[in-house]
Design a protein around this ligand. Structure first.
Ligand SMILES: CC(C)(COP(=O)(O)OP(=O)(O)OC[C@H]1O[C@@H](n2cnc3c(N)ncnc32)[C@H](O)[C@@H]1OP(=O)(O)O)[C@@H](O)C(=O)NCCC(=O)NCCS
Length: 171
């Protein structure tokens, strides 16, 4: 699986991606805006474990973001079951060296297009920490709408924050 963006590629995982992913993921400026289940420190063992899981994914919903031939980020959906089965959650991160180049808004658009074309879903949702306006901007640039704010919905790094809920619907 391979989808070309302007200066990057979304592609499927390879066993060799672990070292590069470990290098770029091991960063408090990334961990601080993700769920606590995202490892910190991000060890090589964690990277190998993640890549191993991703090699077996079915359906395919999680891409490597490749820039200059290296795996430097991730974008993926978390599929949900029961009454939420047509409304997966979107997550993403990019190595700090590559921030500010407009990569992620484009990656989100490509992911949304891929997901609505290939999966039986009607909505893609993302929850953003209130101290992450950059990620809100990413979603707005990618066509998402802010639907609401869950007050005090999150605790991250010991601080209580609001969760901003964004979504895009299948048209
Ligand atoms: C958030 C993240 C994905 C952004 O990716 P990126 O490819 O650098 O995104 P962009 O290049 O479009 O830059 C971000 C946009 O936010 C804007 N921005 C930056 N700081 C901002 C701020 N404090 N307030 C509002 N907008 C801000 C930038 O100006 C840019 O918008 P513009 O192109 O209209 O000028 C990346 O920083 C990242 O991985 N962060 C850590 C993990 C994370 O937050 N993941 C998302 C969890 S929900």
């Amino acid at each position: 699986m391979k989808i070309n963006g302007q200066d990057f590629t979304l592609r499927s995982w390879e066993p060799d991606d672990a070292a590069s992913i470990q290098k770029h993921a091991d960063n408090p400026n990334i961990y601080s805006f993700l769920m606590d289940r995202f490892p910190h420190p991000y060890t090589m063992e964690a990277a190998i474990g993640w890549v191993t899981l991703m090699l077996d994914q079915d359906p395919f919903v999680n891409f490597v973001i490749e820039v200059d031939g290296m795996a430097v980020g991730v974008i993926g959906l978390e599929l949900r079951d029961d009454i939420y089965r047509k409304a997966p959650l979107l997550g993403y991160w990019l190595g700090e060296d590559y921030w500010g180049r407009g990569i992620m808004p484009q990656a989100v658009k490509l992911m949304v297009n891929y997901a609505f074309t290939n999966l039986d879903i009607v909505r893609i949702q993302a929850g953003i920490l209130s101290n992450n306006p950059k990620s809100m901007r990413v979603l707005e640039k990618a066509g998402f709408t802010k639907e609401g704010i869950l007050k005090n919905g999150i605790v991250k790094n010991g601080v209580v924050l609001d969760e901003h809920i964004y979504a895009v619907l299948k048209s």
